[in-house]
Design a protein around this ligand. Sequence first.
Ligand code: DGL
Length: 359
Amino acid sequence: MHQPTRRLMLALCASMVLTGAHAQSVAPAPLPRVIILATGGTIAGTGASSTTTVGYTAATVGVQSLIKAVPELAKVAQVSGEQVFQIASENMSNEHWLTLAKRVNVLLARADVDGIVITHGTDTLEETAYFLDLVVKSRKPVVLVGAMRPSTALSADGPINLYNSVLLAASPEAVGKGVLVAMNDQIQAARDITKTNTSTLDAFRTPELGMLGYIQGSKPFFYRQSTRKHTVDTEFDIAGLNALPMVEIVYGYANVGPVAVDAFVAAGAKGIIHAGVGDGSLAAKVLPALKAARQKGAIVVRASRVGQGILARNGEANDDELDFVAADTLNPQKARILLMLALTRTSNSKDIQRMFYTY
Ligand code: DGL
């Protein structure tokens, strides 16, 4: 055999052996490990027919069935599931939140867990997301997901939402971004997302402040992130907590009176969120009851029923004089969550106001 040809053949054989050896020595990296914690909701719901999109039963399908219904999950992560609760989310409670948060923190402390997805009813999804945003002690992704249509419906959104959530929880781009919500191909931040429609697929939005990005073609695309502190950067620790302080919300409207405020204070509320009209205006008939609440030691937070914008301190009321707290841009239901956690740390209203400008 001609010398160059022989060398070429030897080189070719050698390269085939090396490539083969190289291929054997560099196995594909294992997929990230994502644990799905199921709590119920419409994503686990069933209806009487494929066209039933209202009037169905939430929280009937178990986590293993949810996983089995989306075999594509196995392409993006090593997935396992736990059924933490099986409830419609209007029944979510402080106790559920503490149980869920403690489980999340235990799992994320494990080196073999890379991210967590929580399936959840949409009615209180934004609240659970914000609570976790304040108490999860890991930078690993935690992604909440729900569905606006039950699993039995035509074009049910649950399976694709679950797939997108798992791939987001498995993605390095989601690390350190705080608790996220992935629905309708969008990535949104726990602090600012809210449910804006009773039934449509695009119900979850972040009006004005904006969502964080999209999930498209099995990839997450981030364009912004929250400026507020979250997860490992908060001062809240629920590890030793078995209960949260009682904080209630009173709603503002024309002709409102003091009955609700007085009733909550009499029941032992440590905090009152006033969901006021406009920029948190206080009706003359309610103000004395709120002042009395404050004098009895309850923290009063002025929020707005409007939904967007900054609740200005000393705007529609003299908060300095009343010793009230302004909710900044948090809606009333999220202001309640922050005040509950704040009261586990302090009863000082000035310190609590700092927290509303921090988280
Ligand atoms: N009962 C509601 C809930 O569990 C159903 C709404 C939903 O999950 O989309 O939040």
